[in-house]
Design a protein around this ligand. Sequence first.
Ligand SMILES: [Zn+2]
Length: 405
Amino acid sequence: MKPAARWPLHPAPREGEALSSWLQRVAARYQMDLYDLLEHDLGHGRVDDLDTAPPPALLTALSLRSGIELERLRCMSFAGWVPWLLDSLDSRIPDALETYAFQFSLLLPRRGRKTRSITSWRAWLPSQPIHRACPLCLNDSEDQAILLAWKLPLMLSCPQHGCWLESYSGVPGQFLGWENADAAPRTASDAMVAMDRRTWQALTTGYVELPRRRIHAGLWFRLLRTLLDELNTPLSQCGPCVWSIRHVWACCGHLLRAGQSQWRPYEILAPAVQLQMLEAAATAIELIESSVVRPHGELGALFLSEPHTGFTNGLPEKKRKPEPVDHWREAVKALNEAIAEARHNCETARSLFTLASYGRRDPESLDRLRDTFAQEGIPPEFLSHYVPREPFAFLSMNDGLSDKI
Ligand SMILES: [Zn+2]
């Protein structure tokens, strides 16, 4: 590897841009292709791991060349999105799907749900590469940045322009062709735009504002993944929620379960099927929020309006019991306040003295009490000739109070 030299002309990465896309743009700026830039300038002989898990040494070299923080470069690949977007890049973790997609429930009740067990699985990462992008974001054919999120079956539309992400072929910035070259950008439905804006908020800020409360991005991605699977549940397993599932699919205009008869995890479904599943998810959220469909899952209520109450990490909320009233603590607090006032208020000092002297009638005992009051900073002259007249019969329950003073 050549000694590190700064790249004076490199373009700044766009927010959410994939590492491969940015390096492609850097290479173009230096009239190189991506492979040459990596192989000859950085000593990294492959291009297929850039967006998944680039080696730390490569990121360090890139940081030195560009002056961009290491952490920012790390977040341009999926490795930087662990653990909030996905639990791990390792596909061999037992029960990974159950842990990720089924620890929560939204539309369907968790009770009676069938356990899904597959040997190799990673959340969101598709089994085949996805080439979809916003035609308006890529308007400038000279400088086309591809976002990392576009490489996942995660969003239908561009949160900035509100239009559908469209399929392309070729290499952005060099020879990019749209699958449907003649079509104008298609406006996405309100439901899609709303869902994708939340996903974008999760990716860029780490949280999502839902009607009920703000939630962590990690919970948003798991909820979305849960919903996608709930919408792909065979009707025979939907129990009393069959109508809801049917209604969602009918509203978004696709065949029930996007025409699937056998269950397979979302990540390995055909791209066209994934898009229909995402449309159904957006529709389901809209129907829940407009109270047309009632969610039966534990976290369905997050989408129902209520005054903003705070932040949740997604764990089932424990019902807060009202704090038991600690009468003794309240009494001590009141007493401390009374002592503070007695330091400058003779009347209060005397009332307090009367209370404290309950049960004490002999002069010696009253003198000891006066000393105690003096030690508390209550002027002795307030009490020097004061003799309490009668005990407070109504305070007979507070035997310990006089000892406290
Ligand atoms: Zn766009």
